[in-house]
Design a protein around this ligand. Structure first.
Ligand code: ZN
Length: 362
């Protein structure tokens, strides 16, 4: 980022940082007694996300974790210094990936979601006034998701709802619509983050052998989720709903939208509710976080890419701290001052109604 940018970044937002549960012990105080007893009696060690294994270098850049600590045990005050201060950013939105959605019991998923959200409030939002968070929901049961959204939404520091790219079924299906109805009603965007409930293979042709394959396949799941949301008519049913694809990459957009628009023209009799091309829906209702940037390093190609995307409103600044892919300078070379201002301030403020209001508490 150019040095002279720092003076006018008031109101800037990092739209994807990760608050990581360090151990099940840290969560225990936030469970209801019967769940606490069950966790202790059954010896449940944790519900860590398979997407980001806790000991993998992918999960936290080695330069940020303490030598004798687990890779992922980064406290809130350290995140503020290393992700916000280091980049001249005012606020950050914490997305907690803890494997809540992987649990087979719907009731246990709900108990873990409640504990994680209460832990976020007590240990992150109350501790650091520059942090905001996404509501973690038990995707095992949409009605329970709605309950959790309604329980948490009164705290204005929750600014969006966190879902994973790979659920029980494609995310546009009506099974999930109660979640979108609740999100629209509360004025909360839905973040769809890389991640899986592990109910189905993470690739279209079965289970991969290695984690490296799975991680690469996550970008395809984002395209599948977006196609499903658009074609099933989610944005016609909930026109004020905003969806933020998080850690999805975005350089695939021009080719993807060309293809989807093309087939929409030829097959729109199948989806009569889609009364505008998919590209228009993406421009009005869908946003993408910046890091990790899946672009070539040459700045001329980056400029060309944004010309192909054809809209300055789509990208939201993010670092993805503390994940390993985070670029040393999260702003790619070749971005104009105006574009940096848009992705760091204007686009997040427009996307997150609760940030624009400047509210801190419920
Ligand atoms: Zn992320």
């Amino acid at each position: 980022m150019p040095k002279d940018m720092e003076s006018f970044l008031s109101g800037s937002v990092d739209c994807d940082v990760h608050a990581v549960v360090p151990s099940i012990d840290a969560l225990l105080p936030y469970f209801e007694p019967r769940w606490r007893d069950m966790i202790l009696q059954r010896g449940i060690p944790s519900a860590e996300s398979n997407t980001y294994p806790s000991r993998s270098p992918l999960t936290a850049n080695p330069k940020w974790h303490a030598p004798m600590e687990p890779f992922h045990a980064i406290p809130a005050d350290q995140l503020v210094v290393q992700a916000l201060d280091a980049n001249g950013t005012d606020l950050a939105i914490c997305n907690c990936l803890y494997g809540v959605q992987m649990l087979n019991s719907e009731d246990m998923g709900q108990a873990f979601a409640r504990a994680v959200n209460d832990w976020l409030v007590a240990e992150w939002l109350d501790a650091q006034p520059r942090l905001r968070a996404s509501i973690v929901v038990p995707m095992q049961n949409p009605d329970m998701c709605v309950e959790e959204i309604e329980r948490c939404a009164c705290d204005q520091r929750f600014v969006q709802i966190l879902m994973l790219g790979l659920g029980e079924m494609p995310l546009g299906k009506r099974y999930y619509w109660p979640i979108y109805e609740a999100a629209e009603k509360a004025g909360l965007p839905i973040a769809i983050h890389a991640g899986s409930m592990y109910r189905h293979p993470v690739t279209g042709v079965g289970w991969p052998t290695f984690h490296v394959q799975e991680y690469a396949a996550q970008s395809v799941s984002m395209q599948t989720s977006l196609t499903s949301l658009i074609c099933e008519g989610v944005f016609q049913k909930f026109p004020d709903l905003k969806v933020v694809l998080t850690e999805s990459g975005f350089t695939w957009l021009p080719a993807y939208l060309w293809r989807l628009d093309k087939y929409w023209h030829g097959l729109r009799m199948e989806v009569p509710w889609l009364n505008v091309p998919p590209t228009e829906i993406v421009r009005s209702n869908v946003r993408f976080t910046l890091q990790p940037v899946d672009a070539p390093p040459q700045k001329e190609q980056m400029v060309k890419l944004f010309e192909h995307i054809g809209c300055d409103d789509l990208i939201l600044f993010s670092t993805d701290y503390p994940h390993w892919q985070y670029d040393e300078d999260p702003i790619p070379a070749g971005m104009s001052k105006e574009m940096i201002r848009k992705i760091k301030i204007d686009n997040p403020q427009t996307t997150y109604a609760r940030l624009a209001k400047g509210d801190n508490n419920g």
